[in-house]
Design a protein around this ligand. Structure first.
Ligand SMILES: [Zn+2]
Length: 168
């Protein structure tokens, strides 16, 4: 399991493999207009190598996500080197919602980074007759842990800090 308290996880750049990006994007577009979700595995918290889609079992999947508990349990049993959690915002920017931050409190310790993707139509200038391709806008965050005294003062234990993304 990734340990976000590990000093090695403080790099501001997180690298994502091209294949993981392609898989994450196609899964996201296939799930539209519902939220897509999944996890990313990799050798350490700075390198995300593989995207594993997980079924979204939320009752209202247009604006909520819940990782299928059976799939999640089986990933944990296989001891997959889980590093990051991904979900999509089908029709809003890839910024954490209040609900996302509340949900993070339940599993912040299981991931070192957090990705949100939003499909966005990109217009090809000069080719107005073409249908716009759907592109994916991706935001990446480090999951950080507040000090216990701050948490005791009513602040969230787990929070998100924007990080940079390098697709390699
Ligand atoms: Zn969200």
């Amino acid at each position: 399991m990734a340990n976000p308290l590990n000093g090695g996880c403080r790099d501001q750049m997180i690298s994502l493999s091209v294949q993981a990006f392609i898989d994450l994007k196609s899964h996201t577009l296939r799930c539209q207009p519902f939220e897509a979700c999944g996890i990313l595995t990799g050798p350490d918290c700075n390198h995300l190598q593989q995207f594993i889609p997980v079924t979204n079992t939320a009752a209202q999947p247009r604006n909520h996500f819940t990782l299928d508990p059976a799939a999640w349990t089986s990933l944990l049993m296989k001891k997959a080197p889980v590093q990051a959690l991904y979900h999509s915002h089908p029709s809003s920017p890839p910024l954490p919602s209040i609900e996302d931050l509340q949900q993070l409190q339940n599993f912040g310790g299981l991931f070192s980074s957090y990705l949100i993707g939003s499909p966005a139509a990109s217009n090809h200038s000069g080719l107005p007759e073409r249908e716009p391709d759907l592109e994916l806008e991706l935001s990446v965050y480090r999951i950080t842990h507040s000090r216990h005294d701050q948490a005791a003062a009513g602040r969230s234990l787990w929070s998100l800090t924007a990080a940079g993304l390098l697709i390699t």
